[in-house]
Write a protein that binds this ligand. Structure first.
Ligand SMILES: [Zn+2]
Length: 274
């Protein structure tokens, strides 16, 4: 027996009224609300007037007829799914763009560097467009340059022009006289947590040492001692971000990225300058 549309609608209406329809048997739309539902939707408990009800074999057809999916029962329709997928792809693209932007702002594309001499040996200073983004201590210019290229593998790196001479001179003055403020803008980039740790370090008075535990406390994360130590180790602006002022909890000096001997020299110099 072939059911005519009208007969089928009669069957569906009966099943809807008696609440015997299964979930995906059909959907029904209500002309007064413009929405369609599954027969098992809670809204079907309050039966609309038969006159205002339209039946559809599935959600896709109801949707094509201009009805909206009820937010309570969410009939699955291909269009909704593909819309969600498109939305997901858009979000992924937005996130990717944001990530690229962050990478771009964190990794300068163009750096100027100079190697200068001071009481602790050679110092490599690198400038981004925004300021000093890197300072390292070492024995030789070649070693320092290798480290710089490792830190910024995608940057265009070139020798600082003569116009940097005054900046470099004032940076050497600062290293020799640690009581002074760092004389040029710093371009400090890190995670929010690293930035907090480095801020605390920069706020320490010259000649004062601090333990990792104290530093963690002042950073507002007293239990994050290991994370604080990692943030110190990740510092790539020697002296200007004074990670040399961090000592082990028993007061002895802990390691230093640029050599424990240099750390000892820098602290000695700071104490002498008081
Ligand atoms: Zn519904």
């Amino acid at each position: 027996m072939i059911l005519k549309d009208h007969d089928l609608e009669q069957v569906w209406w009966q099943r809807l009224v008696s609440h015997t329809a299964t979930r995906d048997e059909f959907v029904f739309a209500v002309t007064t609300t413009g929405m369609f539902c599954k027969p098992t939707c809670a809204s079907a408990m309050l039966l609309p007037n038969r006159h205002n009800v339209r039946f559809y074999a599935n959600a896709r057809i109801a949707s094509a007829d201009g009805y909206h999916a009820c937010p309570t029962c969410h009939p699955p329709i291909a269009a909704v799914v593909s819309e969600a997928l498109a939305e997901g792809r858009t979000q992924v693209r937005v996130l990717r763009d944001q990530a690229a932007k962050i990478r771009h702002t964190q990794k300068p594309r163009h750096l100027e560097f100079a190697v200068v001499k001071c009481y602790i040996g050679a110092v490599l200073v690198a400038f981004s467009e925004l300021g000093v983004c890197y300072m390292a201590l070492g024995a030789t210019r070649d070693d320092l340059l290798i480290d710089l290229r490792q830190a910024y593998p995608h940057a265009e790196i070139e020798e600082a022009p003569p116009s940097r001479r005054d900046d470099l001179k004032s940076i050497i003055d600062f290293i020799d006289n640690p009581q002074r403020d760092f004389p040029v803008p710093l371009d400090i980039k890190g995670t929010p947590f690293q930035m907090r740790v480095w801020d605390v370090l920069r706020g320490l008075p010259v000649g004062i040492t601090i333990t990792y535990a104290q530093l963690a406390e002042r950073t507002g994360a007293p239990r994050a001692i290991r994370a604080v130590a990692n943030a110190c180790a990740a510092n790539h602006i020697a002296i200007a971000i004074p990670c040399h002022r961090v000592v082990r909890n028993d007061g002895t000096r802990s390691g230093y990225r640029w050599g424990i001997e240099r750390k000892r020299e820098i602290l000695k110099r700071e104490l002498e300058s008081l």
